[in-house]
Write a protein of this length. Structure first.
Length: 482
């Protein structure tokens, strides 16, 4: 497998400027929808629970159902983008987003809210892997790699929208009610659809798309592999969602489906998940593990901390959003810094250390803790969001096969959502029907342990160390030549 890079340079035959604002604008707008919706609802959960008479364990399903849909749909739609074309997949996903926003805004009961979040998870999952595939196609057209600044903007859109989600959600809930959190998706999706229809080039004919390393067309669908993956992941996710009353029997079908999936993927000429590649591409596999662990810690705070602020501290949705603002601003600033950083290991190490510090601060937090400490803890979780998002995205670009970048990007998001789903289960286990100090301390202790493991995983990663060394040698050579 070759890495996702292009070394030739040539002038584009059609005269279109490379990686221009018109190409990237719809990609950025579409890509912000999924991360925005993963966090925006966090400051509306208490209000939704009060309106429909359900507790924290039930409203956690609004978080988890989107993650389940996204964890499955991201690699599936990435594979589909590699197969039938990223523009078609991008536009189709936005249509589903519009439908989901209307269903959620008008839902008369809690069940329809769950349906809305399910549709939202599927629809918003198309944008990121399709965007990565569009950029890959543009790289092939121009004969040069996608600029790091373009990737940085894509990462900024995702990280920035996720970071401002709690604050925006609090503002919408306080002004338009929690239904505004669902309705806001409609105009944003329509804007992305119109700009994509006008500015994203039409998909190339199938015969002109790159071939995979096994000789078949890249992105050839594997329906049985997708079905087995969906079944195994669904069983695992449902088990994780209710750790207070674990359904142990679900582990048996999850293990059986995973075993059958493994056997099928190893035998299929163009598998849905290339296990042979992942078995030899240790750098990419470690990137997925690192990404999932990072977001497990982050989302424990994103949802657990916000609920604690409202129920234990007594803050309103708007005040909770304002308390989370330093985290949002830190994430935004550091996503820009991360996009301009040449290396990967140093930013990821700093992010892991700050996750440990932030978790340690929450270990001693109570209902009487000074506001300044709460703001500091939030910032400690905001900085890592910016650094690890851009760092792990750059690692995927570096180590993933070029002909399957859509599916690889989708799997990166799957790892992220598995971490988020596990976080939802931990929140339900820690809080039950009400967020309190004891539950917050339990999640903080888990965060400390996982952050320390993340530090070890990052510092000892030889691939990151070798890449940073090679980058420094290249930069030194360029300085010598100049």
């Amino acid at each position: 497998m070759r890495a996702a890079s292009v070394t030739r340079t040539r002038a584009p035959a059609d005269g279109r400027p490379g990686f221009g604002a018109r190409l990237t604008a719809p990609l950025l707008i579409g890509s912000l929808l999924n991360p925005l919706n993963t966090t925006m609802i966090s400051t509306g959960l208490v209000a939704i629970g009060h309106d429909f008479g359900v507790g924290a364990a039930d409203t956690a399903w609004l978080v988890s159902v989107l993650y389940l849909a996204s964890a499955v749909a991201q690699p599936v739609l990435g594979k589909l983008a590699d197969s039938i074309g990223p523009r078609r997949v991008f536009l189709g996903g936005l249509v589903v987003v519009v439908a989901s926003g209307l269903v959620g805004a008008l839902a008369p009961g809690f069940a329809l809210l769950l349906v809305s979040r399910l549709l939202l998870g599927i629809g918003t999952s198309a944008a990121y892997p399709a965007a990565m595939a569009v950029l890959r196609t543009e790289s092939a057209r121009l004969g040069r790699p996608t600029p790091r600044t373009v990737l940085g903007r894509l990462s900024f859109a995702a990280l920035g929208s996720a970071a401002v989600g709690p604050t925006l959600g609090g503002l919408l809930a306080a002004t338009a009610g929690w239904r505004g959190i669902f309705a806001v998706n409609v105009p944003v999706a329509l804007l992305a659809y119109g700009s994509a229809l006008r500015w994203i080039p039409k998909d190339a004919p199938r015969e002109e798309r790159p071939r995979g390393t096994s000789g078949g067309r890249a992105g050839t669908l594997d329906p049985l592999g997708i079905l087995l993956f969906t079944g195994a992941l669904s069983c695992l996710v449902v088990f994780l969602l209710d750790l207070r009353h674990p359904m142990w029997w679900l582990l048996a079908p999850a293990a059986l489906l995973a075993a059958v999936l493994t056997r099928w993927q190893l035998r299929h000429p163009n598998p849905f998940i290339d296990l042979r590649m992942l078995g030899t591409n240790h750098a990419l596999a470690r990137t997925y593990l690192r990404h999932g662990l990072s977001y497990l810690v982050v989302y424990c705070v994103m949802y657990g901390f916000t609920q604690w602020l409202e129920e234990e501290r007594g803050y309103s949705s708007l005040h909770t959003g304002l308390v989370m603002l330093p985290m949002s601003l830190a994430a935004l600033a550091c996503s820009l810094i991360g996009a301009r950083t040449k290396g990967i290991r140093a930013p990821l190490t700093v992010a892991a250390v700050l996750l440990a510090v932030g978790s340690a601060l929450l270990l001693g937090t109570t209902g009487s803790t000074p506001l300044a400490v709460l703001l500091l803890a939030g910032a400690c979780f905001g900085i890592p969001q910016g650094l690890m998002g851009t760092g792990n995205q750059a690692a995927v670009q570096q180590y993933a096969p070029a002909e399957a970048i859509g599916a690889a990007a989708g799997l990166q998001r799957t790892a992220q959502y598995l971490g988020a789903i596990t976080a939802s289960g931990l929140i339900g286990l820690a809080y039950g029907q009400r967020a309190d100090d004891g539950g917050l301390h339990l999640m903080a202790a888990v965060g400390v342990v996982l952050a320390l493991a993340l530090i070890v995983l990052t510092v000892t990663d030889r691939a990151l160390r070798n890449r940073d060394t090679a980058t420094e040698r290249h930069n030194s050579h360029d300085r010598d030549r100049s």
